[in-house]
Design a protein around this ligand. Structure first.
Ligand code: KIV
Length: 289
């Protein structure tokens, strides 16, 4: 029997090759060491340290309050856990919109300080200069079109996008502009399935869908949604592969009850000392316990 080829680090080129071979690209979000390790061991192609961090880990109402410092802190934890997946850091609100120079400086921090391989940013034609500046410095950029959560107030809520012909045509144009600006891939979030398929067919770079149907070149979900860890709100397009919120609640309740009944810790959870040492303690302290 031949030994399997050793696993190699996934690159942006590797994702492009998967698209060429019509092999689906797999991506999940992670924000901590243990989750990154588990996703990496499961063999996914790429991990996004999404600014969804703000909602599913930090408890903010939306992603707008997330800072560079928070993102970098979690990127470092993920980078320590994942050795093979391509690591993508999500640029937070106002870290790339003000000027191309600031966008480049902040993108660089994701690689230098966060241990990421690439960055992601939201928006279409208005991001052209930022994308060109970052890519021009050798940093791979993933775009993000459709429902772009950092524009939640402009979009009037977390709602599907590009459902009429003119908005759909504009999104297709934006996708081509981002490809032309140098993006290595695009996230397409919450747009009609047939539009996502059309965009995927027209682009040479891979598309990664979330709520955009099976016609994309790959799929991404927020890991906390997939695991059923986040019970505040789950978008319609999420498939829950587990209900860990209930599992956690049951475990916490069982622990509380066992502690209250003195059923935990048992002898098997308790460190012991030898009888000889114990007797020595009794002698020296005048009968312990
Ligand atoms: O922040 C995030 O997790 C994302 C994904 C939903 C693509 O942008």
């Amino acid at each position: 029997m031949s030994t399997p080829a050793p696993r190699k680090k996934v690159t942006t080129l590797g994702l492009r090759q998967k698209k060429a071979k019509a092999e689906p690209i797999t991506m999940l979000t992670a924000y901590d060491f243990a989750t990154a390790q588990a996703i990496d061991r499961a063999g996914l192609d790429t991990i996004l340290v999404g600014d969804s961090l703000g909602m599913v880990v930090l408890g903010y109402e939306n992603t707008l309050p997330v800072t560079m410092a928070e993102m970098l802190h979690h990127c470092r934890a993920v980078a320590r856990g994942a050795k093979f997946a391509l690591l993508i850091g999500d640029m937070p609100f106002l870290s790339y919109q003000i000027s191309a120079e600031e966008a480049l400086r902040n993108a660089g921090r994701f690689l230098q300080e966060g241990g990421m391989d690439a960055v992601k940013l939201e928006g279409g034609r208005e991001r052209r200069a930022a994308v060109e500046a970052i890519v021009g410095a050798g940093i791979p950029v993933m775009g993000h079109l459709g429902l772009t959560p950092q524009s939640v107030h402009q979009l009037g809520g977390f709602r599907p996008q590009a459902r009429d012909a003119s908005a759909a045509a504009r999104l297709l144009e934006d996708a081509l502009i981002l490809q032309d600006a140098g993006c290595f891939a695009l996230v397409l979030e919450s747009i009609p399935g047939r539009l996502a398929r059309l965009v995927s067919q027209r682009l040479e770079i891979p598309t990664i869908g979330i709520g955009a149907g099976v016609g994309c070149d790959g799929q991404v979900l927020v890991t906390h949604d997939l695991l059923g860890l986040f019970d505040r709100f789950t978008p319609k397009f999420v498939k829950k592969y587990a209900d860990l919120h209930s599992v956690m609640a049951q475990a916490f309740e069982a622990y509380r009850s066992e502690v209250e009944r003195r059923a935990f810790p048992g002898p098997e959870h308790t460190v012991e000392m030898s009888d000889e040492e114990w007797r020595a303690l009794e002698r020296s302290s005048g009968k312990a316990g």
